[in-house]
Design a protein around this ligand. Structure first.
Ligand code: ADP
Ligand code: MG
Length: 583
């Protein structure tokens, strides 16, 4: 392998030349203490950054093998290393950067959630960091000396500071914390729970635009009501204020139907949002480390304007005006209620075990139809069977749990197993009271559901309806932040897909759609079966498989793992998609 001196010689030689000459540094170099792979060199200073990998020997990192002895510990350690690199990069390079310049070096590290990602790879022999680097230029001329300082001096220093001689306790605390969360998640079902909210958790966030916790002096810590409190052992003892704990207590949300009520601004939505995000482990200090949800819970909301393709929403919406059928419902512009019904059916189609709904983001006519309205508008003129008529049946017939925020209407009291009231940001068990009120009310609303929920339909996606081409490019798939995918000439709008948390998940989804369409949608596999294949691929080979130009030596460094529900959500929102039902 050529040495760092060789790299210095090349950079001196191409100093001042046109940017294209940077192409000469492609390849591998042995720098002091680390190996540098230059996989991709950007074509000009304004193009997407160059891609490099830094590899150091595991021995030099001083990481012990128990830190990555199973998949959960492995992805937690990789996530921790990416965060450490990001912090170190700040120390090394930011001082020379003007605010309008792009970052010189960057690594794709995470936010409040800990995700399986491709930014760092740990093996039994080495640790590899995947970086994006903007090679320095003046206009379109190569700045060879600055490139030399960056590649030959700053990079080895970064490798040594961020990846070598690591403080073993820091890594272990992080990895143990993540494994504790995943361990409890894996035991939820056997405890009869779909979610757990630990005593002392800090649920509110800093602001609508920030995912960081509200400062501890402003946030009211969560305390479970005595009657709903559970205590569970943890895998690794952990410390709270210097005291070692071997178990954790908190609110156990049981399988079945749970209703969250309470006055406006008393913290209902904040609790539900924490449960939505509780499908992912959180970093220590987030405040939601002990908010643990079943990984198959899906947030459901109204989303008028979305496209819907061949979805059987008949159990919720039946006999539309002008005799329009809803057994295979299509729309380019669904209404609030039809979009919410489609969101439910689509989630169940790919394996959701529970639904999360908030009145704030639901269509009112989808949620309730009260006694007075039943008087005024006869059932035969109302296509909607509201969710209140179905929520019990979903649980009793299909074992689908629901957690529902509903502060404005008491019609759900009968249907709920547990009713939790939020008062001054604290939960209170009001189940008995609510049941009493429901039993004592005169002239309750009539049940109008009529026929039971039909068998779940499965849809087979048509591969030809996934066209990633644009102009002369055969495959043009881009993402814009977390919320948008440009799939060929079509935009996929993911704003309403609320459990998608990271732009790197969106990138992975964009690639996964193409991969699924080209490899797994053969006209016989259902959407759920195609997603089984994707999940199996992620489990066995990791996310690197997603790179369309995948070669062993060229790793994508900016993917994070999405759930199947969010991949399905993106496919269902691709406006060109065609599906056929299989019964
Ligand atoms: P609701 O859905 O009941 O109307 P929200 O959950 O939207 O109420 O909360 C209202 C406000 O209170 C939000 O600004 C939220 O950040 C804040 N909040 C929620 N829970 C807490 C808490 N535990 N401590 C302090 N502030 C909180
Ligand atoms: Mg609310």
């Amino acid at each position: 392998m050529p040495s760092g001196d060789e790299l210095r010689r090349i950079l001196k030689r191409i100093d001042g030349r046109g940017y294209k000459a940077y192409g000469e540094i492609r390849g591998q170099f042995e720098l002091s203490g680390c190996c540098c792979f230059v996989d991709h060199v950007q074509g000009d200073p304004f193009a997407a950054p160059s891609k490099l990998r830094l590899r150091v020997a595991l021995l030099d990192t001083a990481l012990s093998s128990d830190l990555f002895e199973n998949p959960v510990r492995g992805f937690a350690l990789e996530d921790w290393l990416a965060r450490r690199l990001r912090a170190s990069i700040g120390n090394h390079t930011e001082e020379s950067r003007r605010s309008d310049e792009r970052p010189t070096i960057s690594v794709d590290a995470g936010g409040q959630e800990v995700l399986q990602r491709t930014a760092v790879v740990v093996t039994a022999d080495w640790v590899e960091a995947r970086l994006e680097v903007n090679l320095p230029a003046n206009g379109r001329r190569i700045l060879g000396r600055r490139a030399e300082a960056l590649l030959c001096d700053a990079l080895p220093r970064l490798a040594s500071d961020a990846l070598c001689q690591l403080p073993p306790d820091d890594a272990r605390r992080f990895v143990d914390a993540v494994e504790n969360q995943e361990d409890l998640r894996s035991r939820l079902a056997s405890l009869g729970l779909i979610a757990f909210v630990g005593d002392g958790a800090l649920l509110p966030r800093e602001s609508g635009a920030s995912d960081r916790p509200l400062p501890a002096d402003a946030a009211v810590p969560f305390v479970a009501p005595e009657s709903l409190r559970v205590e569970v052992d943890v895998l690794h003892p952990y410390e709270v204020n210097g005291e070692v704990r071997r178990s954790v207590t908190g609110l156990g949300i049981r399988r079945g139907v749970t209703l969250i009520v309470g006055g406006g601004y008393h913290g209902k939505s904040t609790l539900l949002r924490a449960i939505e995000r509780g499908i992912y482990p959180h970093i220590p200090g987030d405040g939601r480390e002990w908010v643990i949800s079943d990984g198959q819970l899906v947030k459901i909301r109204a989303e008028d304007g979305r496209r819907v393709e061949q979805v059987d929403i008949d159990s919720f919406i039946h006999d539309l005006p002008r005799g329009r059928s809803t057994g295979a419902f299509d729309s380019d512009d669904a209404s609030g209620s039809t979009s919410q019904a489609a969101n439910i059916v689509e989630a169940l189609e790919v394996g959701a075990t529970g639904l999360l709904l908030d009145e704030d983001t639901s269509a009112t006519n989808f949620m309730v139809r009260d006694a007075r309205m039943q008087e005024l508008i006869q059932k035969r003129h109302e296509p909607i069977t509201p969710f209140v008529e179905r929520v019990r049946e979903l649980w009793e017939t299909f074992s689908i749990s629901t957690v529902l925020v509903m502060g404005g209407c008491g019609d759900y009291f009968e249907a709920a197993d547990v009713v939790i009231a939020m008062r001054e940001f604290q939960p209170i068990d009001v189940t008995a009271e609510a049941k009493q009120i429901a039993a004592g009310t005169a002239a309750p609303r009539r049940n109008e559901a009529g026929s039971p929920i039909g068998p779940l339909s499965a849809r087979i996606p048509i591969a030809q309806s996934f066209d990633p081409s644009r102009g002369r490019r055969e495959v043009s798939i881009k993402t814009r932040g977390r919320e948008r995918i440009e799939f060929g000439r079509t935009d996929i709008d993911l704003r309403a897909v609320e459990q998608l948390v990271d732009a790197s998940q969106t990138r992975a989804i964009a690639s996964a759609i193409h991969l699924a369409a080209t490899r797994f949608m053969d006209g016989s596999r259902t959407l759920a079966e195609a997603l089984d294949e994707i999940d199996a691929l992620f489990d066995s080979r990791g996310l690197d498989e997603l790179d369309p130009r995948h070669r062993p030596e060229r790793h994508p460094g900016n993917y994070a793992r999405p759930r199947r529900f969010e991949i399905a959500a993106a496919i269902n929102r691709l406006r060109t998609v065609r599906m056929k039902q299989r019964r």
